[in-house]
Design a protein around this ligand. Sequence first.
Ligand SMILES: [Zn+2]
Ligand SMILES: [Zn+2]
Length: 266
Amino acid sequence: MFLEATFMPFMRNMMLFWSISGIFAFLDYFIAKLGLITKYKRQGKFIINSGGINWKKYRRTAFVTFLNQIFVSFPISVFFYYLMYQNTAIPSWSVVFLQILGLLFVEEFLFYHFHLFLHIPWFYKNVHMIHHSWRAPVACRALYAHPFEHMLANVIPVFMAGYLVGLKWEYTEYWIAFATINTLLAHSGYNILSREHDDHHRYVNVNYGTMRLFDWFYGTRTEDYLKKQKAKRKNVPQQVIYVMKGNRMTKEIIKSKFALRRTKSN
Ligand SMILES: [Zn+2]
Ligand SMILES: [Zn+2]
């Protein structure tokens, strides 16, 4: 009973994770061979400029992901099994609907805030930077992270959401499958599948959430960041100076924080 309720769902999730990762690895290989990276990858130009896909790093990524699954995901799933195995009642459709909304909300809330916590400079430098070590991610690096991060940001929010909404233990497997597919697509790097999280890897301090609900609430979406950057650029003081070039006087605009700000009097 114990093995059937914990080990078997874990193994099925492993099969799901690695078959989708495998499909994306093949896709990555073929688009690299056919020279289509810039066409299909969101950060295609960056990948090409930095020497193409690094396959050695790709394999290392897969190995670390595998270790995280065995030594972090599985023990935590066993822990939550003991908290949730008594949830055996089959819920009505209306309860299932409310549970789905609850799962999405709680997971988003926990993931956003735990992820933001990992961006505190000390944690970023010593823990989260491992996950950010590729600016343009690939699918199987979804779980490429320090084990502490994997526990805090990847595994606990998903199981905790199930626990808090009182999810039937058998249904947890479907919820984990949904979260698994979601994170694999988010890290795949393909234009149509991974906009938001790919931007997180590119700009680092945007799109901390998965559905961007709290990013919208706190103003941390890519568009908010780019708007702020543009405003900052505009705010750099400019000064017009005149220089002699040959025997002609030319006008130049100097952007510098030392430039005199234009006021009504000047
Ligand atoms: Zn991050
Ligand atoms: Zn990521």
